[in-house]
Design a protein around this ligand. Sequence first.
Ligand SMILES: C[S@@+](CC[C@H](N)C(=O)[O-])C[C@H]1O[C@@H](n2cnc3c(N)ncnc32)[C@H](O)[C@@H]1O
Length: 262
Amino acid sequence: MEEIDWVARWKRLVKDRSTLASGHADSHYWDRRARSFARSTHARADEFLQVLEPYLGPTKTVIDVGAGTGRHTAPLAERLEWVTAVEPSEGMRSHIPQRDNITIVASTWEDAEVAPADLVICSHVMYGVAEPAPFVEKMQRSARERVLVMMRETDLPHPAAELRRRLVGEAGHRLPRFSDLFMLLVQMGIAPDVVYLRYPIVTRYADMDEAIADCSALFGDGWDERAARDELERLLRRDGDELVFDGGLALSGVAHWRPSRS
Ligand SMILES: C[S@@+](CC[C@H](N)C(=O)[O-])C[C@H]1O[C@@H](n2cnc3c(N)ncnc32)[C@H](O)[C@@H]1O
């Protein structure tokens, strides 16, 4: 039987997906999504920090690759000596708190020039990364003690995916998953420890216009705003002054390992 080239497979997944919608790798998408993302993830019970716990300490430093709105950067800055948050989207960066021990680097990871740190973390960033091997190698080179990468195993729990299923009949090309990452790491000669996390995913919008703008960016071809609006009226429920999509329980994996010095 033929061996699978997991790097080539990953690249194909990202390329196929980008014909549907390139949201995950597009910093303008994240600029627009930032407010809803901050609102949706602010209260999310996320055990990623518990996986990190054994490696934390007051003299430790971390690089947060694709830090987003800083939901890991902010609590880590309370515990560690220094956090370097690398984030290409201005909208996402604007939510990261200003602190003396946080450096914000306005760049993609591929282009970032940062000094090594004890830990490198990368949470829910790699879905749109077109060249995964150099991306991972750079994380290895930049980490003195540990690299930790989190991705979802379950499908995108986003209203745009559910809308597409309802209006087009299929969800379209999928994103890379945690298991694709795991096999890619093994192919690269990395044997990571693995922890699985399960948590509910809820997406929150200020109003219907914000929901429409967000969904249209991830829906792909065949977008019909009127039909989408009607369907979203049924999909979203009101919670106080917000509109909420309940994405159910997500399963994510965290791969973590001591970087090799080759
Ligand atoms: C789903 S958010 C995750 C944010 C944060 N890590 C978290 O878990 O809350 C993905 C973030 O990755 C960023 N991103 C996407 N591609 C990136 C790249 N090549 N280098 C660095 N960041 C990237 C996006 O701008 C976005 O803020």
